[in-house]
Design a protein around this ligand. Structure first.
Ligand code: ADP
Ligand code: MG
Length: 391
């Protein structure tokens, strides 16, 4: 069990350096989804109630260590002020800022941490500069905790055990993800999909050891089916992962690995002229490409999800971005949301997007804000940003 220091362990009120993940989706300077900001409001409110002033710091995009207005956090400042219902002061840089005048309840947002190359290289001298801005450190940037970056690792190390802790969001993330890795209830069903296997090999191998059932869909299933000699036509297949797929199918791990029995196929993704359902046992024709799981698979996976006590989902069952191929993914979201007995956790960028699009997000126990971080955590890897905050 990983236990981190929490807000209760800090000498508050204080001037707080609050590391968040405001790497929000943006189009033309407009925030299209403010979830990552909303998720930090409970910690911000609590800190302000306790009489703290809060210096908020985040990364945004990949400016590669250089100042670039395209990656400015300025649009986030306005949104944060709106959601918080309070003024948010602005600092045009994240170092060399005078925070000594901040009063109880004041909130200041710093410009993008990644405008400095030392952020991503975990630079000690940069961390020393950040350290000057506050008296205590709080981290809620779960989505960045798998990276040993200066504001995530070196900085809390400089603050030391007595003045650094995780916020409410980080605690919640760890609580639900640990419930999965400790598996206190069974059956534990993992639902995995997405485009490829590559990049998800470790979590996949961890999940076949932990779960009772691993249901596979999406592009990931294509590769597994090829590994079983099914003819997959023009479908997306992750050739480099065929050996891994064979090993997982041939392994004697705990989980039963279940593959689709039927698929929705088409000749073309953007302009399909012929959409059909095919049984996997017949294989696909050369011109056919699989873009979703079929109705028999939906029924099978759905009933297994309904009987589960723990469900972890990563990776859509098909190209849900297109309505014609979204049925499988939406049906899985419904099956999960409909199981009121289970602890249900969804992690991963597109998976979370799909659950939100289904309108059922509030019936999922926990939606992880960190895709990569949640997968690494489940795979048993140590997250630098979490390790440094352990009790
Ligand atoms: P997450 O972000 O949830 O971890 P991934 O990034 O692994 O998920 O994969 C998401 C993408 O996989 C989606 O954009 C979806 O369109 C794509 N995808 C799912 N199934 C297929 C398929 N059969 N063929 C091609 N792409 C697929
Ligand atoms: Mg993704």
């Amino acid at each position: 069990m990983i236990e981190i220091r929490t807000l209760d362990d800090l000498p508050l009120p204080a001037r707080v350096f609050y590391r968040v993940d405001y790497n929000v989706p943006m189009e033309d300077g407009r925030i299209t989804d403010a979830t990552r900001i909303e998720e930090t409001l409970p910690t911000l409110k609590l800190l302000r109630e306790k009489g703290c002033s809060v210096v908020v710091a985040s990364h945004f995009g990949r400016p590669k260590g250089k100042r670039n207005e395209k990656y400015s956090l300025a649009p986030v400042r306005a949104k944060l002020a709106e959601l918080l219902g309070a003024d948010v002061q602005w600092a045009d840089d994240c170092v060399g800022v005078d925070t000594s005048g901040l009063k109880a309840g004041d909130v200041m947002l710093l410009e993008n941490l990644r405008f400095h190359a030392e952020e991503e290289s975990n630079g000690e001298s940069f961390a020393v500069e950040l350290r000057k801005l506050a008296d205590v450190y709080v981290n809620d940037a779960f989505g960045a905790c798998h990276r040993a970056h200066a504001s995530i690792e070196a900085l809390p190390r400089l603050f030391g055990k007595d003045t650094s802790a995780g916020g409410l969001l980080l605690r919640r993330e760890l609580q639900f993800l640990q419930q999965i890795t400790n598996v206190d209830q069974r059956p534990f069903v993992a639902l995995l999909g997405g485009a490829k296997i590559a990049g998800k090999i470790e979590p996949l191998e961890a999940l076949v050891k932990l779960a009772d059932t691993v249901l596979i869909g999406g592009g990931m299933a294509n590769t597994f089916l090829v590994a079983k000699d099914v003819e997959m036509g023009g479908s997306l297949v992750d050739q480099d992962s065929l050996e891994v797929a064979k090993r997982i199918l041939g392994g004697k791990e705990r989980a039963e690995v279940v593959l689709p029995v039927d698929l929705v196929v088409a000749d073309d993704l953007a302009n399909p002229t012929k959409i059909e359902t095919v049984d996997v046992e017949n294989g696909l024709e050369a011109a056919q490409k699989a873009f979703d799981i079929g109705p028999k698979t939906v029924a099978d996976y759905g009933s297994r999800l309904k009987a589960a006590k723990i469900i972890f989902w990563n990776g859509p069952m098909g190209v849900f971005e297109r309505e014609a191929f979204a049925k499988g993914t939406m049906a899985m979201a419904q099956a999960m949301a409909g199981n009121g007995d289970a602890t249900t956790v969804v992690g991963g960028g597109e998976s979370v997007e799909a659950v939100k699009a289904s309108g059922l997000a509030d019936r999922i126990t926990h939606i992880s804000t960190g895709g990569g971080a949640s997968l690494e955590f489940i795979a048993g890897e140590k997250l630098p940003g979490v390790e440094v905050l352990r009790k």
